[in-house]
Design a protein around this ligand. Structure first.
Ligand SMILES: [Zn+2]
Length: 199
């Protein structure tokens, strides 16, 4: 899930009618793509153990059994700036991958049994480091929303992997390697190649 307070809203625009028609005709779950951020009842426990309840604005969420809900405003904004490290689409799809094994814990299904050991070691270490930095009030490359729990951590590092591969590889090389193996792609190499070709 991605809460709206994570960033400023930059205004909204109506959902184009033709797109809505296309969605209705071709996408069975189009109703789960909301025009903008939406209100939903929520309950969560913060790192200090305080329970927060009430309505909150959401940009998106991923449900068990495969539904993904996204705010269209935010999907569009993220596509316009694809290097700021924030992307609600990558975030929610990461949750979906995480839940493939039936649990929402930041540990998606890995290809090989032997991969779990280094995945667990690296992700646990980095998750704790992010939590510590957040507590100290230190700035971090990774969004500190990722310190909420391991599932959010996986979603946040996925955003960074696709949107800020260079910085991620420099500052968190082991994390970058784990994600490169998991997603079967080298996002930094791809970015550098596309930059060379653009010249
Ligand atoms: Zn989330």
């Amino acid at each position: 899930m991605l809460r709206k307070w994570r960033r400023r809203r930059l205004g909204s625009s109506p959902f184009p009618a033709t797109w809505l028609r296309i969605l209705r005709e071709r996408v069975p779950y189009y109703r789960l793509l909301y025009p903008s951020s939406y209100e939903a009842p929520s309950k969560f426990v913060d790192p200090a153990g305080v329970v927060h309840e009430g309505d909150e604005s959401r940009l998106g969420e991923a449900w068990l059994r495969g539904a993904i809900i996204l705010s269209w405003d935010d999907v569009r904004r993220d596509s316009a700036d694809f290097q700021d490290g924030h992307n609600v689409t990558f975030h929610e799809f990461a949750h979906q991958l995480d839940q493939q094994d039936g649990t929402f814990d930041g540990a998606p299904l890995l290809e090989k049994r032997s991969s779990y050991r280094s995945w667990a070691r690296v992700l646990m270490k980095e998750y704790r480091a992010l939590g510590d930095a957040a507590e100290r009030g230190q700035e971090t490359l990774l969004d500190q929303y990722g310190a909420t729990n391991p599932a959010e951590f996986f979603a946040v590092i996925t955003e960074a992997f696709f949107e800020r591969p260079k910085a991620l590889k420099e500052k968190h090389p082991e994390l970058y390697e784990e994600l490169k193996k998991f997603f079967h792609q080298d996002t930094l190499a791809r970015l550098e190649k596309s930059r060379r070709e653009a010249k």
